[in-house]
Design a protein around this ligand. Structure first.
Ligand code: M6R
Length: 613
């Protein structure tokens, strides 16, 4: 989604802002703009449609814009088409207020009607222009200064937003406010930085402030002050970012996605190490979940979006099997509006890489409002879900830049395995011996993933063969069905090839009519008891002309009699098979995208962090 940056210091702002926006490119955007000013001089605005390169060219890399205080924005269109007119920053007619915005203002029509009655005019189709003019209206009406005007506007605006605002009368200050959209602030000496995400400011500082929901901040040169919605000053301590800037660079790989695919052994190992002691016991005390609570759980709801939802899909098989607790998995966008029946002794697990996904955050709040304990499985430290959940389990994936998630997905799986093993042990559904076996096996996963990655050229070759595919079907049963859902999403999002994941036994209830000569059908067969069944379903497709690819464990060589192409993965505990089987599927999506010459790290229409519903 949109990216915001701000700088207030003594160097020229525009080149710094452009560099910051480059670091936020992964979030997805279709236009960009800057507003920069010098002391009492008029603010200068430059906007451009398309990639950031256009803005670089228009401003000569920022050099053409004079000023040491400014804000920048990459826009991912929601209200109004992606063009220069709708690009941010937007300003009041007299340039009294200039602002950029991330999020969606739901009651923009009502606010616009109010402003029209006060003779405001509108030139864009954006909800942002309405926010800018609302702040301008309150600033002029009540003459209470910037914090007062922003607070009044915040009380009228419904929806989600992060705002960065410049006021004509306050030339050396930037104001920011947020509700449900991220914003981070950092200070380095006499310079202040702000951004929608840490990578944009990490070059300058590791000590950052996370501005809270419904809070306002005033950024001076090397200073920051925070206010609550009642305009009262509030104290905040900076938090230290422990990962380094290189973690957000490509490090010799051609794309972030392939780099992050290769970082999975580390992400898996690091996540295991957060909670597994040397003796193999699992320590969930940093999460604040005690054994008494674990014994009480009567049901678990897993709520998430996209790939995180697919982690939920495999989790239900694992948790129900190991812990014998009923699990329901739901899309966050559905959960939040269906008045779910939640048992007070239940647990709601919200899984989210970014910790900012609007629907997942809303689902978390829905559960909390009903008094149900919540656990966030989150990658981004200090994100909204991490701060609002009762318990947080951090995935140790490091910054994930490619829009298509890979290493965060793998780390989320590890959190689920650890929760399932611990819950099962505490509730007595597995014994210590079984736990030790499972932990020992878990510790082998990073090596097994490395082994699969060593064979990536075979997948690359296969991808070249199918680069013209129009439709691909992924099938599997049980955990394998969950695996294929993720494989299919990877395929769609980066290679733009239509694909569907089907429970293997369900295909013949309609969808098999789409299978014709040469259709690629990919079967995942990691579960011993279901191997024969899925193979039969694959053969039903082959009879109708399908080309079969199979993913199964070493040893299941009988698959060669049926499949046209097979990828073998190392044997593992069946509960952990997803962690291995997903790797070839990620590679397949990646190589198909690269073969087709697509923008694999930033696929069209997608955003890394979906902060609007
Ligand atoms: O940040 P989150 O994990 O909450 O994001 C959820 C989905 O938007 C995300 O998994 C999305 O489906 C990815 N593009 C998949 O690769």
């Amino acid at each position: 989604m949109c990216g915001i940056v701000g700088f207030n210091g003594y160097e020229q702002a525009a080149p710094i802002l452009l560099e910051g926006l480059t670091k936020l490119e992964y979030r997805g955007y279709d236009s960009a703009g800057l507003a920069v000013r010098n002391d009492a001089n008029d603010v200068e605005l430059v906007k451009a449609k398309g990639r950031l390169r256009a803005l670089y060219e228009k401003t000569n890399g920022g050099i053409a814009m004079q000023g040491t205080c400014g804000i920048g924005h990459t826009r991912w269109a929601t209200h109004g088409e992606p063009n220069e007119n709708n690009a941010h920053p937007h300003c009041s007619d007299d340039r009294n207020v200039v602002a950029v915005h991330n999020g969606i203002i739901e009651n923009y029509k009502e606010l616009q009607a109010k402003l029209l009655r006060h003779d405001y005019k509108f030139y864009s189709q954006t909800d942002t222009e309405i926010a800018v003019k609302l702040i301008d209206y309150y600033y002029k009406k009540y003459k209470g200064g910037p914090v007062d005007a922003i607070a009044r506007a915040m009380m009228r605006i419904r929806g989600s937003y992060a705002l960065a605002v410049l006021f004509k009368d306050y030339p050396n200050e930037i104001y920011t406010a947020r509700k449900d959209s991220p914003m981070v602030i950092g200070i380095a000496g006499d310079e202040t930085f702000m951004a929608s995400d840490v990578p944009a400011i990490l070059k300058y500082t590791r000590n950052v402030y996370f501005i809270g929901n419904m809070e306002i901040a005033r950024l001076g040169k090397g200073t920051v002050e925070f206010f609550n919605i009642d305009r009262e000053l509030i104290e905040k301590e900076p938090e230290e970012i422990t990962w380094d800037a290189e973690a957000a660079e490509k490090g010799g790989f051609e794309h972030f996605m392939i780099k992050e695919i290769h970082e999975q052994p580390k992400a898996v190992r690091d996540t295991i190490n957060t909670s597994v002691n040397e003796d193999g016991t699992i320590d969930l005390s940093p999460l604040g979940i005690d054994e008494e609570e674990i014994r009480k759980y009567t049901q678990i709801h897993i709520v998430a979006c996209g790939s995180a939802y697919h982690v939920g899909m495999v989790s239900q098989y694992i948790i129900e099997d190991l812990c014998r607790i009923p699990v329901r998995v739901e899309l966050a966008s559905e959960f939040r509006y269906r008045n779910p029946i939640l048992d007070p002794n239940g647990l709601v697990i919200v899984i989210s890489q970014s910790g900012e996904t609007a629907d997942s955050l809303a689902a978390l709040r829905e559960a909390k409002s009903k008094g149900i304990p919540t656990l966030g499985i989150v990658n981004v430290i200090g994100s909204s879900i991490a701060r609002e959940a009762d318990h947080v389990f951090y995935t140790m994936a490091g910054p994930e830049i490619a829009v298509a998630t890979t290493k965060a997905y793998s780390a989320q799986l590890i959190c689920i395995y650890l929760l399932a093993i611990k819950f099962a042990e505490v509730r007595g559904t597995i014994d210590t011996e079984k736990r030790d076996q499972m932990i020992a096996e878990l510790r082998t996963l990073p090596y097994k993933i490395e082994r699969i990655l060593e064979d990536k050229e075979r997948i690359q070759w296969f991808a070249a063969k199918f680069s013209n595919a129009k439709d691909i079907f992924f099938i599997g049963r049980g955990i394998d069905y969950g695996i294929t859902m993720e494989g299919s999403l990877k395929m769609k999002e980066v290679s733009y090839i239509h694909s569907e994941a089907y429970a293997a036994g369900e295909l013949k209830h309609g969808t098999i009519s789409l299978v014709e000569d040469g259709t690629l059908v990919i079967g995942s067969l990691t579960q011993k008891e279901l191997y024969e069944k899925t193979l039969s379903n694959m053969l039903e497709c082959k009879t109708r002309g399908a080309y079969l690819m199979g993913i199964t464990s070493y040893g299941n060589y009988s698959i060669e009699d049926s499949a046209d192409f097979t990828v073998y993965i190392p044997k593992t505990d069946p509960h952990f098979a997803t962690s291995l089987a997903v790797i070839p599927l990620q590679l397949l999506g990646y190589y198909l995208s690269v073969t087709k010459g697509l923008n694999v790290d930033k696929p069209r229409n997608l955003a890394k962090s979906v902060t609007v519903e």
